[in-house]
Design a binder for this molecule. Structure first.
Ligand SMILES: Nc1nc2c([nH]c(=O)n2[C@H]2C[C@H](O)[C@@H](COP(=O)(O)OP(=O)(O)OP(=O)(O)O)O2)c(=O)[nH]1
Length: 134
């Protein structure tokens, strides 16, 4: 059909900041991305706002309650333009993050941001992070 418009999924990530450090999470699956590091988050489901999706994902993946702040960096295209990644700052309201779905969690200072292999799409977001950690 000539009027077919493919759906663009929005993937949200939370840059959880605490005492000048950001929480980095090592993916455990699937095999193609296991061992790469990311911001906790995932797909925004129909009927959900981006902030609601982030709060839900942080509960599911880390067992914490977060408050969402401001955007970090710009939109990053994923999957040949089929999805877009949007990252927001977040702060912990309740709980201590646990690796419920990730292989490992690490709190990184601004000097440690490059110490883990981030998912490739996260590079521009990580580059924009220092301003939020100082
Ligand atoms: N959560 C997250 N995903 C990222 C980041 N960077 C990046 O390229 N991605 C990609 C990896 C995945 O292909 C996709 C997120 O999918 P996901 O499988 O984690 O999302 P989800 O939790 O909603 O998954 P599911 O319910 O469908 O299993 O976005 C990031 O910083 N955080």
């Amino acid at each position: 059909m000539s009027n077919f418009t493919p759906e663009i999924r929005v993937i949200v990530g939370a840059a959880i900041v605490d005492e000048g450090r950001v929480l980095a999470c090592e993916r455990s699956e699937p095999a193609e991305t296991a061992g790469k590091w990311e911001f906790p988050g995932g797909k925004v489901e129909p009927g959900e706002t981006e902030r609601e999706a982030l709060i839900r994902e942080c509960e599911e993946e880390l067992g914490v309650t977060v408050e969402i702040g401001i955007r970090v960096g710009g939109d990053v295209m994923l999957g040949h333009g089929r999805a877009v990644l949007r990252v927001y700052t977040a702060t912990l309201i309740d709980g201590t993050p646990k690796a419920l779905e990730h292989a490992e969690l690490r709190w990184l200072t601004v000097d440690e941001l490059d110490s883990v292999p981030w998912l490739p799409a996260d590079a521009p977001i990580v580059a924009a992070l220092p301003a939020h950690l100082r």
